[in-house]
Ligand binder design. Structure first.
Ligand SMILES: Nc1nc2c(ncn2[C@@H]2O[C@H](COP(=O)(O)OP(=O)(O)OP(=O)(O)O)[C@@H](O)[C@H]2O)c(=O)[nH]1
Ligand SMILES: [Mg+2]
Length: 354
């Protein structure tokens, strides 16, 4: 299914049914009292986060959602039936904004989280309720209230603890396959991955984290080269970025240092706060380097980058170094808990998105 992470929808909650003015008319009861019932409530519109959905594509096709009107009240004390509510199911990670005010109405971070988006109008009151000691035969009734209406922007930003980024073909998807149950496509051509994939990395039975693999990024992405910047938003809610680098590119002339710096500049061009996020280097495909030179070559590379922080030498293909990397990530995440706990969600809620 096509991955869509933005949509605009219009929602119209139902109007309440009108109350009614009616009088009891029965044989042998000449002057029956008022018996007009109230109108039913109009249908409301809710959003519910559903872990089985990972795209907003449905909302590209169905943009207008209109709940039904409540039934009018009737004579003989009969109340109108309330209209059914509409429930819009959306992926976990969907942010819902009012298009006019740009205000965030909801951030669906937990599976089955339910939010009222537009309230159905209350039903009008029938004349039954206007009866009093001074007015035994009221003719008043009220109309149902209108339902709320909004135009909303839906934006999906996947929720993950760790985000992978790197050049196409660097081995990002191979890495997520090696350490989680996620099964994104892997192939030896660029731009194999065309949508974010999430994987749950289980370090031991009660410690795990969620990792996002996004499509490859290349120099000039800000100007739209390759797939552009469009997928970087899916890294904005992560707590740690892993920059995956292919240490043995097919083209031996590749300037790895320049390439790595250029990608980081792309992050910065997209969003300064993404650039400021903690970032580690993951030097991949090292199984193709001569073993005796491997560590030295990697060290020279990080030196040229003037990289003093964490770097990991791995082979996503053979799995070498991957366990050490996952433990280091887990420890880091445990030591740097999110300031807003709501920005991460229980991992089992994300499994479907793998
Ligand atoms: N030898 C070796 N090959 C690897 C390693 N990791 C990945 N590959 C190969 O590199 C190619 C690209 O791997 P992917 O995992 O699809 O790369 P990607 O970074 O996800 O690529 P895009 O989705 O296009 O951005 C595949 O042929 C993999 O088998 C590794 O550690 N060693
Ligand atoms: Mg990939």
């Amino acid at each position: 299914m096509k991955f869509i992470d933005e949509a605009v929808i219009q929602i119209y909650a139902g109007k309440g049914g009108d109350g009614v003015a009616s009088f009891r008319r029965e044989k042998y009861i000449p002057k029956g009292g008022p018996d007009g019932g109230d109108g039913g409530r109009g249908g409301s519109i809710f959003a519910v986060a559903d872990r089985n959905i990972n795209t907003l594509i449905d909302y590209r096709f169905a943009r207008i959602h209109r709940a039904k009107k409540g039934q009018n009240g009737q004579g003989s004390d009969r109340y109108g039936k309330s209209a059914e509510d509409i429930v819009l199911r959306m992926p976990v990670g969907t942010i819902i904004k009012d298009i006019i005010t740009d205000e965030t109405i909801a951030d669906l971070v937990h599976d089955q989280q339910k939010i009222l988006l537009a309230k159905g109008g209350s039903g009008g009151i029938g004349n039954l309720h206007f009866k009093s000691s001074t007015n035994r035969a009221p003719r008043q009734f009220t109309h149902g209230e209108p339902g709320q209406e909004f135009e909303l922007k839906l934006e999906l930003k996947v929720l993950a603890d760790v985000g992978l980024f790197g050049m196409p073909n660097a081995g990002k998807s191979t890495l997520i396959r090696a350490i989680s149950a996620a099964r994104p496509k892997v192939a030896d051509y660029p731009f194999t991955t065309l949508q974010p994939n999430l994987g749950v990395i289980r370090v031991d039975h009660n410690r795990s984290f969620v990792m996002a693999d996004i499509p490859g990024l290349i120099e000039g992405a800000a100007e739209g080269v390759g797939l552009g910047h469009q997928f970087l938003k899916h890294l904005t809610r992560t707590r740690l970025l892993l920059h995956v680098i292919d240490m043995t590119p097919l083209n031996v002339e590749t300037d790895l240092v320049h390439e790595a710096q250029a990608l980081v500049k792309e992050l910065q061009k997209y969003d300064e706060s993404l650039f400021q996020k903690p970032r580690w280097l993951v030097l991949n495909k090292t199984d193709m380097m001569p073993e005796q030179e491997r560590d030295e070559l990697c060290r020279q590379f990080v030196d040229k980058l003037e990289w003093q922080e964490n770097y990991f030498i791995i082979s996503a293909l053979t799995g070498e170094g991957c366990k050490h990397l996952t433990y280091a990530i887990m420890e880091y995440l445990e030591q740097h808990l999110p300031s807003q706990p709501d920005s991460s969600i229980p991992e089992d809620e994300l499994l479907n998105q793998c």
